[in-house]
Design a binder for this molecule. Structure first.
Ligand SMILES: [Zn+2]
Length: 286
């Protein structure tokens, strides 16, 4: 059993790491852990997560009533309470605004493509919870849709949320999301993103069991239509985009291939090549 003083020190350390890595700016972000069946230890409102001390934390019950602490609990307390209510297995909740992942959340692009084995075995898919005004009760409502089946999600035009069986596990999931977002961004800038095949995703899903990874829900192709799982509602599965490989483990990006077929793909020419093409075209008009 981890003692309260250790948990206070762990929250300080995780806050420092998040701030140092640029996952939060100013007073952004919040962290909480379960202290007991009906008690939470939580970061306070309006402090920079990079400069906290163990005595700053608040203790609340699961209804959000403050039991101890000089400061008021985090302005996003309602979102934390909702997670603990929906997920009895969760021991810690981390919320931050890591810039690349938040960029995807602003662009409305979920991190749900089968690209990295490590991400699939741990988080599965990373959906986007609908936009909600921060600190209002809209945010827990938006999070509720995905929290039963996901340990990490983006929050539209806001940031990211991760949960875990202990504080470091929740924090590492935040690192994984930001790392995955950076890799996805680079691949997309390079103009190509090969996907893992559905068959490979099934193999990775089986590895979860072999490695004892506790995922809150299975991975499925589409809600309600997964051939292996039958009817699966969106709330209880991790929807991952993975095409059938027909023998190959890696499949070229189908969206881009379709764009190519439509003649929509971007091409790049040097100034000299472009001039030559234009001169050719003008010559043929004469
Ligand atoms: Zn926030």
């Amino acid at each position: 059993m981890t003692t309260e003083s250790t948990l206070r020190a762990d929250i300080v350390e995780v806050g420092r790491r998040m701030y140092a890595r640029g996952y939060t700016a100013s007073n952004d972000g919040n962290i909480s852990v379960r202290l007991g069946p009906d008690r939470l230890l939580m970061t306070p409102k309006s402090v920079c997560k990079g400069f906290m001390t163990p005595d700053m934390m608040c203790i609340t019950d699961l209804e959000g009533r403050k039991l101890q602490g000089d400061r008021d609990p985090s302005s996003e307390m309602l979102m934390h309470l909702e997670v603990y209510r929906q997920r009895p297995d969760v021991q810690a909740v981390v919320h931050a605004h890591p810039p690349t992942a938040t960029g995807f959340a602003v662009a409305g692009i979920p991190l749900d493509r089968a690209v990295l084995a490590e991400v699939l075995t741990t988080l599965g898919s990373i959906p986007i919870a609908e936009y909600a005004t921060p600190s209002t009760k809209e945010l827990p409502e938006a999070v509720r849709k995905y929290i039963k089946a996901h340990d990490g999600m983006l929050l539209a035009n806001h940031g990211a949320l991760t949960v875990g069986g202990d504080l470091y596990s929740a924090y590492y999931k935040m690192e994984t999301i930001e790392h995955f977002a950076k890799i996805s961004l680079v691949a997309r800038l390079l103009g190509r993103e090969n996907l893992l095949s559905r068959e490979e995703v099934t193999r990775l899903q089986d590895l979860r069991g072999a490695y004892g990874i506790k995922a809150p829900a299975p991975i499925c192709a589409e809600p309600g239509t997964d051939p292996d799982l039958g009817s699966v509602p969106e709330e209880s599965c991790q929807v991952v985009q993975a095409p059938h490989g027909e023998g190959s483990r890696l499949v070229p990006d189908t969206v881009r291939s379709m764009a190519k077929a439509d003649g929509d793909e971007e091409i790049r020419l040097t100034y000299r090549e472009l001039s030559a093409l234009i001169e050719d075209a003008i010559r043929s008009l004469r």
